[in-house]
Every structure is written in structure tokens, then in C-alpha cells.
Ligand binder design. Sequence first.
Ligand SMILES: [Zn+2]
Length: 307
Amino acid sequence: MVTLSPRVGRLRARNPSPMTLDGTNGYVVRVGPRALVAIDPGPVDAAQRDAFLAAAREANAAYAAILVTHGHPDHFPGAAPLAAATGAPVFAHPEARFPHDRALADAERLAFDDAAFTVLHGPGHARDHLIFVLDDERALFTGDVILGTGTVVVAPPGGEMRTYQRTLHRLRDEYGDANAIYGGHGPEVRAVRAKLDEYILHREARERQVVDALAGGATIPELVARIYTDVDRRLWPAAARQVLAYLIALEAEARVRSERITRGPTAQEAALLDPDLSKLGEEAGADVIRAELGYGSAEPLLRYRLA
Ligand SMILES: [Zn+2]
């Protein structure tokens, strides 16, 4: 376990991939002389579960609760086995579709023996996303809303761009002065306001690129080819989902409109819009990619233009 603060330690699950960076971060938080809280047990993995159990043994403490940031398969499935091994209840968002003992309200205060969390609903990456604020250290457990490195995937239908941007603004408004961000992947972040500024500006810059690239009308594959020129082509299917998230937001605001193209997609277009996940997900596992990128039904080929 990596010690991050007097209360917080990090256990990284062994599920590295392009989607999960070095692996999913689990956290052990000391909330009393004999009490701990586990955050994000991760995938079902005996080694990660055993690491949580060993942390409790070493601390001579027991888990008072298991908190889950969101219902993606790299974060929640380990909750049930950890709960079975410890007897601790699982706390999650009211819209979480995985088994949990208690649903947490926005702004709810979760008090333990000598520490408390404030719960924030933080939708945008996933509908059932929670952020936990460790009050006395003013530390944010952000799950996949903010990562230690890189940017977050916001892909429909679970991901919603304007909702995500609202969550980022709320974090900056209310917690820009926080001391640390402990994200779902990657290293801890100490420069909190700078990270929030970076995330907010990145989204605005990307959206301007989408709008600029729409001149004369374009399909999503054309937009990706125009915008993501210097990005590894293997990441283009993910880029296509991001572009779709911006277009959905712009269309809802009547700034963009779309029309269906009568021909079917070419093989190249289809590979971008509806890729073979088994090929994309050598290491990550198709379930993580499907959840992150929101694949379900194939998107029709549309041409978008500025309204
Ligand atoms: Zn994740």
C-alpha cells in the first residue's frame, strides 16, 4: 500500500490497460482508531481483495463501509467479495445498478468515529458517479471524474458532456482549494485548482475544434480524422465517442443539426463507429471498453452541420 496522507493509503489493482492506465486505484482511509473505509474495491480479483484485507490486519482495524464511486466494471465488482469477507456494508449512488446496502444522497455527510466524508453526486462520466470528500484532509476521491493523468472518457449514453462539465465547474467552485485529488486511475494530484482548470479548458478547446471542423458539414469519421490527426489510430474509436458526446450537446442547444446519410457506412467508417471490441480490448477486457465507451446499438451514419 502506498501511503498518501495520515489517513489515506492506495492499493492499485492489477488491471492495467489503455482504459485503466496503471490499473484501478483502491483506497483505504483510516476513519477511527479501529475503523477503516474502503473506496473502489475494483474488479473481482483475489489479489486486490487480499490486499484490502491485509491493510485492515496491519492497521488492526475493521472496515466500517465500502464506498463505490461508480458502476463501471473496473470499479465496483470487487465490492461484493470484499463485503462478504469483511461484513462491511456497500454504499453507492441511488442509480447504481450493482448490489449495495445504502444509497447516498448528494451533500450527505457520512460520519465515522473520527473522520467524515461529504458525498457529492458527480454525474457526467457515468450517471451513478459519486465523489467523496474527506472533510478534515479536504481530499477529493474523484473516481473517473478526474484522473491522475490524461483526460476522462465522456461517452453516451452513460456519459453526458454538459453534465460532466457542470460537475467539473461545481468541483472548482466548491473545492478548488482542496488539498488533493485521489482519482480512479493514475497518481495523486496535489495542484487541485490547476487540474480542475486544465480539465475545464480541455473540454472547451476540444469543443471549439469540433465546431471548427464542422464547417461545410461532416460525419463523425471525418471529424475524427480532422481533429485527432496526431493521435494513435487505435484510439480513434474512442475519439469518435467523444466527438459524438460533443455533437449531442451542440445539437440539444440547436447549434448543430444532423441528417441521415442514405448510404450505409463503409468498412472503414464502421470500424470507427462500431468497432470489434475484442480486437480493441486485448488487455482491458471488452466489458471495461463497452462500459467506458457506451457501446450498445450501432449509431446510424449522420452528417452534422452548424445550425
Ligand atoms: Zn475506471
